[in-house]
Design a protein around this ligand. Sequence first.
Ligand code: SAM
Length: 229
Amino acid sequence: MKVEVITLFPGFFEGVFGQSILRRAQEAGALEPCIHDLREFTTDRHGQADDYRYGGGPGMLLRPEPLFGAFERILSKAESRPLVIYPTPQGEPFTQAAADELARQRHLVFLCGHYKGVDQRVVERWVDREYSIGDYVLTGGETAVAVMVDAAVRLIPGVLGDADSARSDSFRSGGLDGPHYTRPDVTRGLRVPGVLVSGHHRNIERWRRATARYLTRRRRPDLIDNKSG
Ligand code: SAM
């Protein structure tokens, strides 16, 4: 999957793509990131990427011209139209189902907003999906892009060492995952639930389903309601 990101802060992505699964995905040939520095598409001699908002009020906006320039460059080199995503608090909630959809794409382009956001004409001209990663406001789209790319890339077949493990993660079958334990069976006087060291696989499975259901009901009843609705 080719992932292109338009950002005022290209340095942010060095760590994001340089570690863990996103790095392994590149080594395996499953992910090809390409970070575009928005500043390089500015046309004035000060390299100004932002400007005041029409109508007044505090807060700057990313100017349309550099963004149009970035999109025109990216699209002119693309074999087919990529899916373009703008992270924004005004978008629809980014869910596991949305991550699944992104994981099936061959080419994604992310537009990172900053300040008050971006000129709306850019959104109308280029953006296919607007996603929010939660009901709070971040400083810029970079952190949201890191979240979305991570959630999608780990679903690309072959990227995770153990795909079965991901299948039992939270949201994959609707509800939350339950608690897990590893060795030793006693630490600081704290004991692992007996059933997990019983060797009785059916009981272990039953316990896992029950604890996961209990957690889901207590913390995210909306997930159960959504399922039955
Ligand atoms: N004026 C915008 C609003 O209130 O909806 C907030 C702008 S925010 C300070 C700057 C940028 O951060 C946004 O353009 C967007 O790209 C990103 N951003 C902030 N919060 C986000 C969220 N919850 N989900 C996704 N992106 C977010």
